[in-house]
Design a protein around this ligand. Structure first.
Ligand code: SAM
Length: 184
C-alpha cells in the first residue's frame, strides 16, 4: 500500500503541546507511516510519541524539520500527492473518491498537511488538493482523523501494529491488556 505522511505546520511549544501530541497519536492510530513536525523544536513532544510507538507498536516515524517548504517540495518531486486540510478547501465528499482512486489505483503516496497558527498562502498553491472536512472551523485533530477514516473507509481501525509490547483485547466491560514483552 502507498504511504501517508502527515506534515504538522507551525508547532508552538507552549501553546500546541497537547494538540500536536494528539495529532501525532491520531496519525499513528489511523494509518499514517509518519509525522513531520515543523515550527519550534520540541524534544518532549517527539519523545512522548516515540514512547507510544515503543509501547504500542508501529511502524511509525516521528521527525522534526524546520524547513516545511523543502519537505513539501521534496515530497512533490518524489511524486507524492499533497493534500492540505483547510476549511476553505473543496468539501471532503466532493473530492475523496478522486483522492482514494489516486491512492489505491495509481499507488500515489500522500503528504497530508495540517496547520496550527495561520497557514501561509503558498501552502494553498503548493497543494494538489485543498480539502475541507466541512466548511466550518474546527480542529486539526478532528480534520486528520476524519480525512484518514474516509480515505481508508474504516479499515484503519482493524490495523495490526508490529513490535508492540502491549495489545488490548477488546471486551464489553473492563480492561484486558496482553503483555507481549517483559521489557516495559
Ligand atoms: N486560522 C487558521 C487558518 O487560517 O488556517 C486555522 C486554524 S485551525 C485551529 C488549525 C488547522 O485545523 C487548520 O490549519 C486546518 O489544517 C485544520 N482545520 C480546522 N478546521 C478544518 C476544516 N473544517 N477542514 C479541514 N481542516 C480544518
Amino acid at each position: 500500500m502507498p504511504e501517508i505522511w502527515v506534515l504538522r505546520l507551525g508547532h508552538r511549544k507552549s501553546r500546541d503541546k497537547r494538540v500536536s501530541t494528539h495529532v501525532g497519536l491520531v496519525a499513528r492510530a489511523f494509518g499514517a507511516s509518519g509525522i513531520i513536525f515543523s515550527g519550534e523544536y520540541d524534544n518532549q513532544l517527539l519523545e512522548s510519541l516515540k514512547k507510544v510507538v515503543e509501547k504500542w507498536g508501529g511502524p511509525f516515524q516521528i521527525i522534526h524539520e524546520q524547513n516545511w517548504k523543502r519537505v513539501i517540495k521534496e515530497k512533490k518531486n518524489l511524486g507524492y500527492l499533497i493534500v492540505h486540510l483547510t476549511m476553505y478547501g473543496l468539501n471532503l465528499p466532493m473530492i475523496i473518491n478522486e483522492i482514494r482512486h489516486k491512492f489505491y489505483e495509481e499507488r500515489k503516496n500522500l503528504l497530508v498537511i495540517i496547520g496550527a497558527e495561520k497557514v501561509p498562502g503558498v501552502v494553498y498553491e503548493l497543494a494538489d488538493y485543498n480539502v475541507a472536512i466541512g466548511n466550518q472551523p474546527h480542529s486539526e485533530v478532528a480534520a486528520l482523523a476524519v480525512f484518514l477514516d474516509w480515505l481508508f473507509e474504516g479499515r484503519e481501525l482493524e490495523r495490526e501494529f508490529k513490535n508492540a509490547k502491549l495489545k488490548i483485547i477488546p471486551c464489553k466491560k473492563g480492561k484486558k491488556i496482553l503483555k507481549l514483552s517483559d521489557n516495559l
